[in-house]
Structures are given as structure tokens and as C-alpha cells.
Design a protein around this ligand. Structure first.
Ligand code: ZN
Length: 411
């Protein structure tokens, strides 16, 4: 394939513009880089695998470097019971757990590893110990590219196990995860290592990997094709890259003529770890919070790298930010499984918890078409799986006793 995609860079903050280059921040002011494409028309090419059907709006000049495991094109399901139960009949779920490694991060990894190959880099390095690490490691394995993972000292074995299966070398960095000085040194040293060795540092935030993050906006493209524009979109927010990228996707879809109106974006955070909600509600710029008391894994960030872009998207879309207690998230997770057949991780279920809260408070009136990004599969969080079935027992029985249920008895 020799199709050439034209795109260029600009700064999200100052007026710097430039041709594509091996940059991950604005060379003038250090702010986040934005990407622009030569045409506003988006023409899906169904001959391309995965998200590469939207290649004319992804930052890869030459499609020969594209890598895919069949990511994207995930189901959009209308709620079977939960929507009617809260008098919100037009409630939809985007099932991102259906991606190859079980989360939306595959969309980002596909672009990131393609970019790595296009730049002629020899390996990847990352610090994730969760969904992003699994996605990056999987797509790198597919491309035959080695990788180096630096995880936190107290890593969750089950989460890291999936990453290790894809083969990267991994280390647990002493005191990483609870010492800001170690965090800073880790970032700085990995950046140095990558520059010296021709490796690509991959972080799923627009502030660090603006090219790779373009992959995430394809969720919005797909939803526009599946249901048109929703009225309101609920997105889990940790670092904020997903919400910011989704908003970019809707804006591009409108420019392409796919939708006539833009949705309102809603940023959902966990109470006890909600720097963005606090900034939004106080009407002030983002400030890091001193610690995180929420247990919802995947969205525990005290200094969201894309927080400013989230606040901007909320303003531009007339959206809002909301935080919900962990307990409401666990209840939403159980309801999604038992009432909808959807087995998702808590960081995904938090969107339904927020919809319920907004419906109860009247902020959602009931007539809106609402879409929730269910970002990852339930298999991702073993602890949460245990919690969902806590208190349930499985009684032993003999085969002959099966017929004792004939009377319709169920115990
Ligand atoms: Zn700038």
C-alpha cells in the first residue's frame, strides 16, 4: 500500500505550526501538540483492518507501517433494561471491552506502534501497569518490536500478568507509585534512555504521545456512524486523554458532515481522586491533588496530564464534570452484568453510576440520547470480579438431584 496521508502539527496553546516531526510537545512553549489533516472529509476505507479504515484521519503517512489486531468497530448497544428502569429509554453503551486486549487502549497502541515503525525506532518503553501496557505490548508483539516496561513497586500481579504474556522485559521500580520524586526521575530517565537508544516512549496521554492518542478518537467516529450524534456522552476520566480525543473525534465528524450537532461531553471521576471535577466546579485551572483515596483502578491520577484539554472540551461542548463514590460504581458494575449481560471493569461502570446520579438529580431529563463509554472488560480487574460474586455460594449436588428442580424450584 502506498497511500499517502497528509497531516500537520500545531500547538494547542500558542500559535506554533509545523510539518510532522519526531516531537511530543510544542517546540516553542512545551504545550500539547494538536494534529490536522489535509481534508475535512472522512472517507472510511473498509478494505483496511481495524481502525485503519479511518486512515485518512490518522497520523501515519504511509500505511505500510499500519499494525492491527482487529481493534475498533466495537458494538454499540441500547440498554435492555437499565434505561427503562430510570426513565431514560435512549441509553446506549459502547462496548470497548470487545477490543483485542480488552480495552479501548488498543486503538491508541495500534497508532503508537505504527508510528514507532514509521519513525524507524527500535523498541518501545512505557510505565503503565494496566490496560495501556497490555495494549502496547500486544501490538508491539504483533509488529515484532521489543519493549521495556517499568512498573510500580507494588504492582497488581493479575494486571501485569497479561502484559508479561506478550513478552516485554519488565522491572518494578523501587518506590515508584508513591514517591513523586521517584516518579519524576523515572520519567526523565526513560526519556533519556529512549532518545539515546532510538526507542519510542509511549504514554496514553495527548500531552506525551499526541500522535498515538489520535487512535482514541475513532470511538467517536464509530458512534456517529452507529447512532448519529448522541446528545450527551459520559466518559471515564483519569488522565483525561480519552475524553479530549473523543471530543476531537466528534468535532472532526461534524466538520466532515457526518453529524449536525455536537454532543455535550461529561467527565466522570471517582470521589477521592477528582482533580478535574474540583477544578470544573470551582471554575479554576487544574491543580494536582495531594493523594487518591478511590480504589477504582485505571483512573487513579492525581495530576491528570490532559486535564486542561478536558476542561476546554467541557466548556466548548457545554458539558460538565461529576464525581461518584466507589460504592455507586460497584453497584453499577453489578447491574450492568445482571441486567444487561455486560461484564465490565469498574472504571467503565463509573459512567453508568454517573448517569444514574444525573437522572436522579434531574440534570438528565429523560428525553436525551445518552452514550456511555464502557472502556474495558470485567476480566481486567480480578478483585472487582471477586467482589461482584461475594456472598454467592455454589451448592454441591448429585447428578440425580438435578431432576429435583423439575417443580420449578430454584435455590
Ligand atoms: Zn506552543
Amino acid at each position: 500500500m502506498s497511500k499517502q496521508i497528509m497531516f500537520s502539527l500545531s500547538c494547542t496553546t500558542c500559535d506554533w505550526q509545523g510539518a510532522d516531526a519526531d516531537l511530543n510537545a510544542c517546540p516553542r512553549c512545551g504545550a500539547t501538540i494538536d494534529l490536522h489533516y489535509a481534508t475535512t472529509a472522512i472517507v472510511p476505507d473498509d478494505r483496511q483492518p481495524g481502525i485503519w479504515r479511518y486512515a485518512d484521519h490518522l497520523p501515519l503517512a504511509d500505511l505500510q507501517y499500519a499494525v492491527s489486531l482487529g481493534e475498533g468497530n466495537t458494538p454499540l448497544l441500547r440498554a435492555a433494561r437499565i434505561g427503562d428502569g430510570i426513565a431514560l429509554p435512549e441509553l446506549y453503551f459502547k462496548i470497548e471491552g470487545a477490543n483485542p486486549t480488552g480495552s479501548y487502549k488498543d486503538r491508541i497502541a495500534a497508532v503508537g506502534i505504527a508510528r514507532l515503525q514509521a519513525l524507524g525506532k527500535r523498541a518501545w518503553a512505557a510505565t503503565s501497569s494496566g490496560n495501556a501496557g497490555a495494549a502496547i505490548a500486544a501490538y508491539a508483539a504483533r509488529a515484532g518490536v521489543p519493549g521495556y516496561l517499568f512498573t510500580v513497586e507494588k504492582y497488581a500481579k493479575a494486571k501485569v500478568a497479561q502484559i508479561l504474556a506478550y513478552g516485554p522485559q519488565a522491572w518494578a521500580v523501587e518506590r515508584l507509585g508513591y514517591d513523586p520524586a521517584v516518579e519524576e526521575a523515572t520519567w526523565a530517565n526513560i526519556r533519556h534512555l529512549c532518545a539515546a537508544n532510538q526507542w519510542l516512549m509511549l504514554v496514553t496521554a495527548r500531552a506525551f504521545s499526541p500522535h498515538a492518542m489520535e487512535g482514541a478518537k475513532t470511538i467517536a467516529y464509530e458512534v456517529c456512524q452507529q447512532m448519529g450524534a448522541p446528545d450527551v456522552v459520559y466518559v471515564p476520566v483519569g488522565g483525561g486523554g480519552l475524553l479530549s480525543a473523543s471530543w476531537k473525534g466528534f468535532v472532526e465528524a461534524k466538520a466532515a458532515g457526518w453529524i449536525e450537532r455536537l454532543p455535550r461531553m461529561v467527565a466522570i471521576q471517582a470521589q477521592g481522586c477528582d482533580a478535574i471535577t474540583q477544578a470544573w466546579q470551582a471554575g479554576r485551572p487544574l491543580q494536582p491533588i495531594p493523594g487518591c483515596s478511590s480504589a477504582i483502578s485505571g483512573i487513579q491520577l492525581t495530576a491528570p496530564p490532559d486535564g486542561d484539554l478536558v476542561l476546554r472540551a467541557l466548556r466548548e461542548s457545554a458539558g460538565w464534570a461529576l464525581s461518584v463514590p466507589d460504592e455507586a460504581t460497584y453497584q453499577a458494575q453489578a447491574a450492568l452484568a445482571s441486567q444487561e449481560g455486560l461484564f465490565v471493569e469498574p472504571a467503565a461502570a463509573i459512567t453508568l453510576a454517573a448517569v444514574r446520579a444525573d437522572r436522579a438529580s434531574g440534570r438528565l431529563q429523560g428525553h436525551e440520547r445518552v452514550a456511555c463509554w464502557l472502556t474495558g472488560s470485567g476480566f481486567k480487574d480480578a478483585t472487582a470480579v471477586q467482589r461482584m460474586s461475594e456472598g454467592r455460594t455454589i451448592a454441591p449436588m448429585r447428578a440425580a438431584d438435578i431432576l429435583s428442580l423439575l417443580g420449578g424450584q430454584s435455590s
